[in-house]
Write a protein that binds this ligand. Structure first.
Ligand SMILES: [Zn+2]
Length: 525
């Protein structure tokens, strides 16, 4: 039996400080309290200079997209179309002719021109190359002419169901692809991209321990996914399973019940670090890309409501399939129309006997009072991303107008209504740091300060809340897994500005310390 005493400045959860030491036996918490009472002759002691909290979790993260973002060209710092062109041009020059360029994390809102590039810009930057530039939300991309041709996209190509190919006055594609129009081009580029290896994924996941994470709600597609990992995201996760330093609870993006069942079977055989959590589906897109589904039109695009992508019949069948597998269901809903549609689906599922604790709305970015009431009444979890605040708040009023603004990212309203909340980053859409997420949950990057969470609520968002949403327990009680994060300071007492700079001293999963791989960043800007 392995047994040691972990002593710290303090041990705390969102409710209280519980002493300064934990007795850990065979990966589980055996006792909590004061070190002076728990010390025994011969009992090994590990002293850490910091505050022990329940292991921080991220309930919504795309591990393969995250690994891809660390390896592909990043446009995160680009502030003009010229800068985008230069980054693509440099990347193309560094690769052999014929290889494709995949650039991620474009933010057109941060460009001086405030608009997306088109294929002509990419053609000039990298002549005759297949180039795909993906917006940071993953829902919109811009393809070069060669990339469109590789996918067989021309003037005659119809818009796919649930997506749009933007066109010029002559009806030719501009290169801008929205929602389901992205995937065919991304998959046509796969064979021309350098492969992402299992070791790349394992290292990218390991680096997350460095920001304090001990468990992930991992969104994994059975195909190549939104960020152009090569081949199937699920294949890569399974190939990396034995090397993964943190446990992944996998929510599978699949199109049919048969695909979901096949994925679940493979995950159930994958060993201790990977398990099947359930289904991930989409009801709409992003506010940034004008594809989130709104009841009333966008304030800055008259008559446009976005794209509602969730077919009720398909959703019913998929929710049933997930429930039959013992799985959960997480559905992406950013706009109010999408949220309402998801709640209809969940209401029906619950009436059918599905456990509401296994149902999650991802993002719930616009939550009007009626939807807040329904979320609370049904007991459905809202998985929220405070890291969206600094990115989205500068243009939110332009998109939605002043009257809908108070309904966006209304975390406090959701919490006060009793909606179970889980924290996530949606990395690589946003940085994976849970301490930054806690900070933005509290200071909200200055946006709607009345919706700020308390320090306690922010801590539970990324501990007990996120853990519950991925089927784990983060309680500091005897018998619970010793999955813990040690922070340099008390995260509840610390001001948000200190949270953003706070060091992570150590992370433990089931009593075993997880060390991030040296030299691998957790995030690349
Ligand atoms: Zn996501």
């Amino acid at each position: 039996m392995s047994r040691f005493l972990l002593t710290a400045t303090a041990v705390r959860d969102a409710d209280a400080v519980r002493g300064n030491a934990l007795l850990i036996e065979d990966g589980r918490i055996a006792a909590i309290g004061e070190a002076v009472r728990l010390r025994r002759p011969g009992l090994p002691e590990r002293q850490v200079a910091g505050v022990v909290v329940p292991g921080l979790r991220d309930a919504h993260l795309h591990p393969v997209g995250h690994a891809a973002a660390l390896h592909r060209v990043s446009l995160a710092g680009a502030t003009s179309l010229q800068a985008v062109a230069e980054a693509v041009s440099v990347a193309a020059a560094a690769q052999p002719p014929g290889t494709a360029v995949l650039a991620l994390r474009l933010d057109d809102e941060a460009l001086a021109e405030g608009r997306l590039p088109d294929r002509h810009l990419l053609d000039r930057a990298a002549p005759n190359r297949p180039v795909l530039v993906v917006r940071h939300c993953g829902h919109i991309a811009v393809a070069s002419t060669a990339a469109l041709e590789a996918a067989g996209f021309g003037p005659e190509t119809p818009d796919p169901a649930g997506g749009t190919i933007d066109r010029d006055e002559a009806g030719r594609p501009t290169g801008v692809l929205r929602e389901t129009a992205v995937a065919p081009v991304a998959s046509a580029l796969q064979q021309h991209l350098p492969a992402l290896l299992p070791a790349d994924l394992a290292q990218a996941v390991g680096a997350l321990a460095g920001v304090g994470l001990t468990g992930l709600g991992a969104i994994v597609s059975i195909d190549q996914g939104l960020w152009g990992g090569r081949g199937s995201e699920l294949d890569l996760v399974l190939e990396a399973a034995a090397e993964l330093p943190l446990p992944l609870k996998v929510l599978v993006i699949a199109d049919t019940p048969a695909e979901l069942r096949a994925a679940a079977r493979r995950l159930q055989r994958a060993g201790p670090m990977v398990s099947f959590l359930g289904l991930k589906a989409f009801a709409d897109g992003s506010l940034g890309g004008h594809t989130a589904a709104l009841r009333r039109p966008y304030a800055d695009r008259p008559g446009h409501h976005g794209t509602l992508r969730l077919d009720p019949v398909w959703a019913r069948e998929m929710v049933r399939a997930a429930a039959d597998l013992g799985g959960r269901v997480a559905i992406h809903a950013i706009g109010d129309a999408a949220l309402s549609r998801v709640l209809d689906t969940f209401e029906e599922a619950i009436a059918d006997g599905v456990d509401p604790q296994g149902l999650r709305v991802e993002h719930a970015s616009i939550a009007p009072p009626e939807e807040v009431r329904r979320l609370a009444g049904l007991g459905v979890t809202a998985c929220i991303q405070p890291a969206f605040l600094p990115s989205d708040s500068p243009w939110m009023e332009a998109r939605l107008g002043p009257d809908r603004l108070p309904l966006t990212y209304n975390f406090r309203t959701l919490a006060d209504a009793g909606v179970p909340l889980a924290g996530g980053s949606d990395c690589p859409v946003e940085p994976p740091h849970p301490l930054w997420g806690m900070a933005w949950g509290r200071d909200r990057a200055g946006f709607l300060p009345q919706e700020a969470l308390t320090g306690e609520a922010a801590l539970s968002l990324f501990t007990t809340g996120a853990a519950a949403a991925i089927g784990e327990r983060a309680d500091l009680i005897g018998g619970a897994p010793a999955t813990l994060t040690v922070l340099a300071e008390d995260p509840v007492d610390a001001a948000p500005i200190r949270l953003r700079q706070m060091g992570v001293v150590a992370t433990f999963v089931d009593g075993r310390e997880v060390l991030p791989p040296p030299g691998i960043p957790a995030w690349k800007d």
